[in-house]
Design a protein around this ligand. Structure first.
Ligand SMILES: CC(C)(COP(=O)(O)OP(=O)(O)OC[C@H]1O[C@@H](n2cnc3c(N)ncnc32)[C@H](O)[C@@H]1OP(=O)(O)O)[C@@H](O)C(=O)NCCC(=O)NCCS
Length: 179
């Protein structure tokens, strides 16, 4: 059981009784703005929750998709770190609309970077996002990640193509601000 906490926010493994709140949170059109039709489908939340719970039981564990929970017990969103190959991982974060701009995303992202570099011994962490997702890119930059590359028109959904941006940070770069 993973549990990373501050005074007001807890990151923990998902449980099946998070489903209703997770479905509500993911059904918001603003949250879905840069998601494909498949990722926005109502049944997707249940499928993802099942996958996150199964991943939490794998040994060795390589994927940590965690619930972001407020002090009140409300589900604020989800964030995750996935080991992609030896020493390399990717991260991601999604928050319910009422929690945007509260600092919760930055707390969660910083906690994931620390967990990845310190606990998992990762050397390099990346985040991939749709280039128009300014909030996600700003969030990544705010925790020290830098734009590394752009893949022009490499995704297609909602009847058009989308360019994606990859941001990255190495353990050495992260350490400079955490020693
Ligand atoms: C990505 C996400 C977690 C960021 O959370 P957050 O940091 O609380 O987000 P905010 O909406 O407060 O935006 C962060 C910053 O981007 C800015 N921003 C948001 N939308 C913007 C836009 N369209 N253009 C320019 N700037 C924008 C905000 O003003 C804010 O700036 P500030 O930090 O200087 O105040 C949240 O936006 C989210 O859950 N989005 C939906 C899911 C998603 O797309 N996740 C990323 C998948 S890769």
């Amino acid at each position: 059981m993973i549990s990373l906490a501050s005074k007001e926010i807890l990151l923990r493994d998902f449980r099946w009784n998070d489903l209703l709140q997770y479905q509500t949170l993911r059904s918001d059109p603003k949250l879905q703005r840069f998601y494909s039709e498949e990722d926005s489908a109502p049944e997707k939340a249940k499928e993802l929750l099942g996958m996150f719970i199964s991943q939490s039981r794998e040994t060795p564990r390589t994927k940590y998709q965690l619930a972001i929970v407020a002090g009140s017990g409300d589900l604020m969103g989800s964030c995750g770190i996935r080991i992609e190959s030896l020493g390399h991982a990717s991260i991601g974060c999604e928050l319910g609309r009422q929690w945007h701009g509260t600092g919760a995303a930055r707390f969660a992202t910083n906690a994931l970077l620390e967990f990845g570099f310190v606990e998992l011994g990762i050397q390099r962490i990346i985040a991939e996002t749709i280039s128009e997702n300014k909030a996600a890119i700003k969030l990544c930059k705010s925790v020290g990640m830098k734009i590394e590359s752009e893949c022009i028109n490499d995704r297609r959904f909602k009847g058009r193509t989308w360019t994606t941006t990859i941001l990255a940070i190495s353990r050495d770069e992260w350490r400079i601000n955490h020693t």
